[in-house]
Design a protein. Structure first.
Length: 381
């Protein structure tokens, strides 16, 4: 926020600015756009502020409507900073929209806000408020777990026996956690969908269905293995920790084993497919080719494949086209690559929690990769 105007430092906005802010913020879509911008561009976690997003907006709007006076004294400390940021960024975004450009301050990208969604057995969809604490119920209204911020924990013991499935969908630019009824912990990366029973059977296999990327910390239960179906790959374990990357647009499905052992088998109609189990030990990656169903194994540095759990990005000998896919998922932005030859080149790079602009500048300075931001998209030239 380098370009703050003097009015913000004085914590005062004039009446005209207040009126514009009031009209613009009354549209729920504008609230979602602004919240997404604040979260991603300024790393401002509204969920940890005592007066949450809705409360802050309502307070500001009430203040505008009733008093038409400066923001000074409305809230203090963290809260005052959050509300001041909301007001300033809103005015800036309105100014940009009035000039028919979807870009934010100084050409920054504004990701479209999409909520994390929980789908019940009957198809009912519930948007997840990541700053909330609430009870989780099944399609019949029975209590089966609790959501606390960025995690849902399912009850280990429930009175009913029938199997009911939930599906959690995590959009681009987000992450979420689950603790299943058997105690297994699942960390879901951006652009991921996981279908799972709200209660595993007492005397049968534990099976879930994954599309996207997730890290599994499986609770041991020797008689009944834990199984992950990832499109064309089946993974079977008893108690272990591993990462699965199974995005539909990728050419391979990858399993990286951190601890324990797993067995991989292809579910493919190809005559070359390895339907017999392939054992994987800790420190190895198994890659299934979607074209022929062949599974390849190789020794890897597992930390590079699970860095995303800490908000980091690590690329090792990775094609630039694949790097762009990961950036799109991580930042929830669209990237168009007009340089076909560049897409095939391999790169090594590591990034922390930097904004996307910093990553682009790195590739520009270190590898002379040109880009521009246009129509809220990154275009590689």
């Amino acid at each position: 926020m380098e370009n703050l105007n003097p009015g913000l430092f004085a914590e005062a906005l004039n009446t005209e600015e207040y009126d514009v802010f009031h009209r613009w913020l009354s549209d729920p879509k504008n609230r979602s756009t602004l919240e997404a911008y604040i979260r991603i561009q300024h790393d401002l976690n509204l969920a940890v502020i005592d007066c949450d997003w809705e409360m802050a907006c309502n307070k500001v709007m009430k203040h505008i409507h009733n008093e038409k006076r400066p923001v000074r004294g409305m809230v203090t400390g963290w809260k005052r900073y959050a509300v001041a940021s909301i007001v300033f960024l809103t005015i800036s975004l309105i100014h940009q929209q009035d000039h028919h450009t979807p870009q934010g301050i100084d050409g920054a990208l504004i990701p479209e806000y999409t909520p994390i969604t929980l789908i019940l057995e009957n198809g009912q969809k519930e948007a997840i408020d990541t700053g909330a604490v609430k009870k989780i119920r099944d399609s019949r209204g029975r209590l089966i777990g609790i959501q606390n911020g960025l995690q849902i924990t399912y009850n280990r013991a429930t009175a009913f026996e029938e199997i009911e499935y939930h599906t959690l969908q995590v959009p681009y630019g987000n992450q979420f956690r689950l603790q299943l009824s058997d105690g297994t912990k699942v960390y879901l990366n951006a652009g991921t969908s996981l279908r799972y029973p709200v209660k595993f059977p007492e005397d049968g296999d534990r099976k879930v269905f994954l599309e996207g990327e997730a890290y599994f910390d499986v609770a041991a239960n020797d008689p009944y293995p834990f199984m992950v179906n990832a499109e064309l790959l089946n993974i079977e374990v008893t108690g272990t920790e591993f990462n699965v990357s199974a995005y539909p647009e990728d050419k391979t499905t990858e399993v990286v084993l951190v601890e324990g052992t797993v067995e991989l088998s292809a579910d493919s109609s190809s005559p070359e497919a390895e339907t017999s189990p392939t054992a994987l030990s800790a420190g190895y990656k198994g890659s299934l080719s979607k074209n022929n169903g062949i599974i390849k194994r190789e020794k890897v540095n597992t930390s590079a494949y699970v860095a995303w759990m800490n908000g980091e990005l690590v690329f090792r000998n990775l094609a630039f086209s694949d790097i762009l896919k990961k950036l799109e998922r991580h930042y929830n932005i669209r990237i168009i690559n007009q340089n076909t030859a560049l897409g095939k080149e391999l790169f090594n790079a590591s990034f922390g929690k930097e904004p996307i602009e910093d990553l682009l500048e790195y590739f520009n300075e270190a590898h002379a990769i040109d880009y521009r931001i246009e129509d809220n998209q990154i275009i590689i030239q």
